[in-house]
Design a protein. Structure first.
Length: 280
């Protein structure tokens, strides 16, 4: 992981004079026991702010970035990360002005003030992430960071191999061209309907429904089964659960990579060649 630059103290190579010892922090984060954490550190498998650390006495703060085997770990215990299997009929809002069922039903029992990462329309069920981590939410929801989503769609009619090819090669919609990263049939058509799996990273409104409608197969039912590294698994409709340590590590790794890329791009925008206009 690359170091951050500028005034961000997370990128500093200087050890923090305060904070907790690294092996204690790793144990508290659920990585391993203190003894095993010390072994991981000694083996050079742990970094703090991009620097490999081999001494277990290093002190770190909750704002530091710690990775184990290139996977980020959570230090800030005030942050919470929850997976919801959103039911059909619930809008992706913390308070719906029209009085429709919203996400408050699934967040009221948490002490933290959670909000949704991205959206699913009211007619779509499936995986939705709830968190109080604004930076992570921004990276995961913004299409420029390329976080993929996988949907299972029940569509009208028998879908051909040519149609699947159209979805991946690209089609033209009213708001521009779009293509699926991957698409495939799930078994043979039955009862006048087909099951299609579609993976894409676009964040455009109702994009899967519009794509399938454009190729002549209107969606009858739509479920999001995967969001980045997260899989819905056997989580029941309307149920929530905290993310596992492994899932959270993968999400934080994606989030920090996105933050670093955004910071690098912002710095590049500040570099203006002589004779050019910075507003262009």
């Amino acid at each position: 992981m690359s170091n951050t630059t500028g005034s961000d103290t997370r990128g500093s190579d200087a050890p923090n004079p305060e904070g907790e010892r690294l092996q204690k922090v790793m144990a508290a984060a659920g990585v391993a026991s203190r003894r095993v954490s010390e072994d991981l550190i000694a083996q050079g498998r742990v970094t703090v702010n991009g620097e490999i650390v081999t001494e277990p006495g290093r002190r770190v703060l909750s704002t530091d970035r710690v990775t184990v085997d290139d996977r980020a770990i959570q230090l800030d215990t005030t942050k919470r990360y929850v997976m919801l299997n959103k039911p059909i009929g619930v809008v992706s809002s913390m308070q719906d002005e029209a009085g429709r069922p919203d996400l408050r039903e699934f967040t009221r029992d948490y002490d933290e003030r959670l909000f949704n990462v991205g959206r699913l329309d009211a007619g779509t069920s499936g995986l939705l992430v709830l968190t109080n981590d604004g930076e992570l939410a921004h990276v995961l929801a913004h299409p420029s960071f390329g976080v993929s989503k996988t949907y299972i769609a029940k569509v009208s009619g028998s879908v051909s191999a040519q149609t699947i090819s159209m979805l991946t090669k690209g089609i033209e919609l009213d708001d521009g061209p779009i293509h699926a990263d991957r698409a495939r049939m799930l078994g043979a058509a039955s009862g006048g309907a087909s099951m299609v799996e579609v993976t894409l990273h676009s964040g455009r409104n109702r994009i899967v429904r519009r794509m399938l409608d454009a190729v002549g197969h209107p969606v009858l039912d739509l479920v999001r089964r995967q969001f980045g590294p997260l899989h819905l698994g056997s989580l029941g409709v309307g149920r929530t659960r905290d993310l596992t340590k492994a899932e959270l590590g993968e999400l934080l790794t994606i989030s920090r990579g996105g933050e670093d890329a955004a910071a690098t791009e912002a710095e590049a925008d500040l570099v203006v060649e002589p004779g050019t206009d910075a507003r262009e």
